[in-house]
Design a protein around this ligand. Structure first.
Ligand SMILES: Nc1ncnc2c1ncn2[C@@H]1O[C@H](COP(=O)(O)OP(=O)(O)OP(=O)(O)O)[C@@H](O)[C@H]1O
Ligand SMILES: [Mg+2]
Length: 327
């Protein structure tokens, strides 16, 4: 069977699975809505977040590079990230690095089976929040960088917020192929789209090309299979998923079902207790749920927010199993 025939068959499979794989129109690719419209009501609301930065449309089917070709290499501008108040290897004792040292410790213990209880797929870690803008991407990148700075851990950072990807943008990198391309084109394999970086143990899987059914794809059986492949192909890696928010998307709770650990970023002074409880209620099946209180303001001289509290619980919706000051 030719590559084109294989691709057509793959598209047929996706269609049969209920995924509309039509191309996004230019209007759909650029439609936007106010980003600051935080929902005030309970329950699911429409995802009113702006869509991804428009990237030139690419055909859904194309001939990929050879699967055994080396992953691409990108240089992260670490001085820029440092100036943005992020964790970087050159400043291992910075305030933010110290905070993430505390945050990552139980995550790594669970991932390596050294936590209080065994965790299935403990190396799959979803970073999410109740509503948009609470700091998921910022926390995902910092967590990934912090873990990659460890001697023994390799990290794969996945931009799974496919409707509004921002990992590459935050890292100062141009748009690149990624998750969506792997899901839509069977001729694109993971090694084709992974980005190795100048932080030796950090690899990035971008969100990939924008697609009008990106969110459905994220909740599809193809995505589930990909997660299984990731977990088995890279069992020694900590895989961090920068994910959509739980209360404004339906795909985030579905994605959570495949994750071993979930980190819920809570924006201090904005996200209410009720919102946190409602968000946690959507991910009851996830064995380990942790909370990071983000953007809490306390005395810092450099103008950046700091992290303040951290708590986690096993299979409980109550975020109070453990709390401590992270700095
Ligand atoms: N602790 C922090 N200190 C400094 N800046 C922060 C902090 N947390 C988040 N930010 C900044 O706030 C903005 C929003 O954060 P981020 O993009 O991580 O949120 P998000 O939850 O991923 O948003 P979205 O739902 O739109 O994907 C970004 O500009 C980010 O750099
Ligand atoms: Mg984000």
């Amino acid at each position: 069977m030719s590559i084109i025939e294989q691709a057509i068959e793959r598209m047929g499979q996706l269609k049969r699975a209920g995924v509309d794989i039509g191309e996004a129109t230019p209007d759909e690719a650029t439609a936007s809505a106010p980003a600051s419209a935080a929902p005030t009501q309970a329950g699911p609301v429409a995802d009113a977040r702006p869509t991804a930065r428009p990237v030139p449309a690419e055909p859904a089917v194309e001939v990929s590079r050879a699967a055994n070709e080396q992953s691409r290499y990108v240089d992260l501008d670490l001085a820029r990230l440092d100036s943005m108040g992020m964790v970087v290897p050159s400043a291992p004792r910075s305030q933010i690095a110290e905070e993430f040292r505390v945050i990552k410790r139980p995550i790594l213990a669970n991932a390596h089976g050294k936590g209080a209880a065994p965790v299935d797929n403990g190396n799959l870690i979803m970073v999410t929040s109740s509503v948009p803008g609470e700091g998921k991407s910022f926390n995902s990148i910092n967590l990934a960088m912090s873990i990659a700075m460890e001697l023994d851990n390799r990290v794969l950072l996945v931009d799974a917020d496919v409707a509004r990807p921002s990992v590459l943008n935050l890292l100062g990198l141009p748009p690149a192929k990624g998750l969506m391309d792997v899901l839509l084109d069977r001729n694109v394999g993971l090694p084709d789209v992974l980005l190795r970086t100048n932080v030796e143990k950090l690899t990035i899987l971008p969100a990939g090309m924008p697609h009008k059914n990106a969110t459905e794809l994220l909740a599809s059986s193809s995505m589930k299979s990909l997660l299984v492949e990731l977990a088995h192909r890279y069992p020694d890696r900590i895989i961090i998923f920068d994910s959509p928010p739980l209360m404004v998307t339906t795909e985030a709770p579905v994605l959570a079902q495949s994750m071993g650990q979930l980190v819920l970023v809570v924006e201090a002074g904005r996200t209410t207790h009720t919102m946190v409880k409602q968000a946690l209620a959507k991910v009851q099946g996830c064995q380990v749920k942790m909370l990071v209180l983000n953007k809490a303001r306390y005395a810092r001289t450099d103008g950046y927010y700091g992290y303040y509290g951290y708590g986690y619980g096993y299979g409980s919706d109550a975020p109070s199993a453990e709390e401590g000051k992270a700095a």
